[in-house]
Design a protein around this ligand. Structure first.
Ligand code: UGA
Length: 436
């Protein structure tokens, strides 16, 4: 099938490449000429494991093209909208300007029977509004098909999703949408991927509800970490023990510096803003508490570091391990790790930070920090080591080797990623989050 993908950021670039991998003819469109130029030669403009291979293969096969001209969407039967919906400056709401602009610019190029498929995360009610716009300006229709990919596993999650959700219009237009989407996702459907067909509102809500649930699960265990801290309990053991209950499950019970990234934080905020607009603010008011618990954990890491350094970080050399919001990503949007580094620097610490992939993005946002490519140079002479993104190379750091480089063997494990007993045995003063 001929497909256009409008918006070639994390979501769009991965989606376009994965659709080409599945055998479709794809054109990826974005207003950012520099991004398109890079993608067109098979180079992703961001770090995502597995993407370079799939992208290069698709471009070389001739099944994937890129363009800055929305007119190149003409001739595709299905048009995916994959533009960003960031948090609006000065507000909790989602900024829909890119979604609106992409739909408005696409409408003149739509043919009768075309299907526009929204993948962006939007406030509930957006699809119904866009469907009217599309119907008024063309013979095309709209479906909402939320995306659940995780950064770091984006290619795998797109090619083999754990579920598919189609939000469609009632009646014949909806049946037409299901037929086209089934053709696009034929490979996943043949592998028995669960499919849920809904109305627009449900599909939009599925996405924000899933992210709200994940955020809640993380803040729940972080709240338990706060209680553990005043009782001497160990939150990691607590998580193991409750996680054995199949109804609870151990995943997303990783207590630490909390969640960040381009999705969870802004999605729970946009959800509360939308619920308030709908007069149901109290239904998701708890998400504000989830947000607060989450942000408190960043402060906790800063406070632990300050305390460990004798109640001031001024002029102390602090080695910060990790900058991305999670491992296997170069994304520093709302990254707890980068936030901690910046806060420590603001308190007068001499911060030296390292990350396997996220230094360039961090430097662009915070040039005041000192960055080091090498772990060895980061650790050398440090008064304290703060681990805030659990990349495998930090998780598996040898405490004896690290101890030979630092000035003082003090570690703050902001992800509970290290074996406390092993580090203590190597002479380190170890501080975890919610564990003794
Ligand atoms: C999240 C969702 O997991 C995806 O399903 C969704 O498609 C995506 O948002 C999106 O809306 O596009 P992602 O932002 O890539 O995916 O990251 P997650 O793996 O969910 O991690 C989010 C944050 O939570 C990270 O900062 C991570 O370090 C933190 N986290 C995760 C914890 O602090 N503890 C955990 O146990 C798990």
């Amino acid at each position: 099938m001929r497909i256009s993908v409008i918006g070639c950021g994390y979501l769009g670039a991965v989606h376009a490449s994965a659709m080409a991998e599945l055998g479709h003819d794809v054109v990826g469109i974005d207003v950012d000429a520099a991004k398109i130029a890079q993608l067109a030669i098979g180079k992703p403009p961001f770090f995502e494991p597995g993407l370079p291979e799939v992208l290069r293969k698709a471009v070389n096969s001739g099944r994937l093209h890129f363009s800055t001209d929305i007119a190149d969407a003409a001739g595709s039967q299905v048009h995916f909208i994959a533009v960003g919906t960031p948090q609006k400056p000065g507000s909790y709401s989602a900024d829909l300007r890119y979604v609106d602009a992409s739909i408005e610019s696409l409408i003149p190029h739509l043919a009768d029977g075309d299907l526009v498929v929204g993948k962006s995360t939007v406030p509930v009610g957006t699809a119904a509004r866009l469907a009217e716009l599309i119907a008024a300006g063309s013979g095309a229709s709209l479906a909402w098909n939320p995306e659940f990919l995780r950064e770091g596993f984006a290619v795998q999650d797109t090619i083999s999703p754990d579920r598919l959700v189609y939000g469609v219009a009632p009646g014949a237009p909806g049946e037409h949408a299901v037929k086209l989407l089934n053709e696009i996702y034929a490979t996943a459907l043949a592998a028995d991927t669960p499919l849920v067909i809904t109305d627009y509102a449900t599909a939009e809500l599925v996405k924000v509800a899933a992210n709200a649930f994940l955020a809640t699960k993380i803040s729940f265990i972080n709240a338990m970490a706060e209680i553990a801290e005043v009782t001497g309990a160990d939150v990691t053991q607590l998580a193991d023990a409750i996680g054995y209950d199949g109804r609870i499950g151990r995943r997303f019970l990783g207590a630490g510096v909390g969640f960040g990234g381009g999705c969870l934080p802004k999605d729970i905020r946009a959800f509360t803003a939308r619920a308030e607009e709908l007069g149901r603010g109290e239904s998701v008011a708890f998400l504000k508490e989830i947000d607060k618990i989450n942000l408190r954990r960043r402060q906790r890491v800063v406070d632990l570091t300050t305390k460990a350094l004798g109640n001031t970080v001024y002029n102390a050399k602090v080695a910060v391990l990790g900058l991305s919001f999670k491992p296997h990503s170069d994304d520093v949007r709302d990254s707890p790790a980068l936030d901690v580094a910046v806060q420590l620097r603001g308190l007068g610490a001499e911060v030296v930070a390292t990350d396997p992939e996220a230094i360039a993005n961090s430097r662009a946002r915070h040039p005041q920090l000192q960055y080091e490519e090498s772990l060895e140079n980061t650790l050398r002479g440090a008064d304290a080591v703060v681990l805030v993104t659990e990349w495998p190379e930090f998780r598996h750091l040898d405490p004896v080797w690290a101890g030979s480089l630092v000035k003082t063997k003090t570690v703050i494990d902001g992800r509970n990623a290290l074996d406390a007993a092993v580090w203590r045995a190597a002479g380190w003063t170890y501080h975890g989050l919610g564990r003794p």
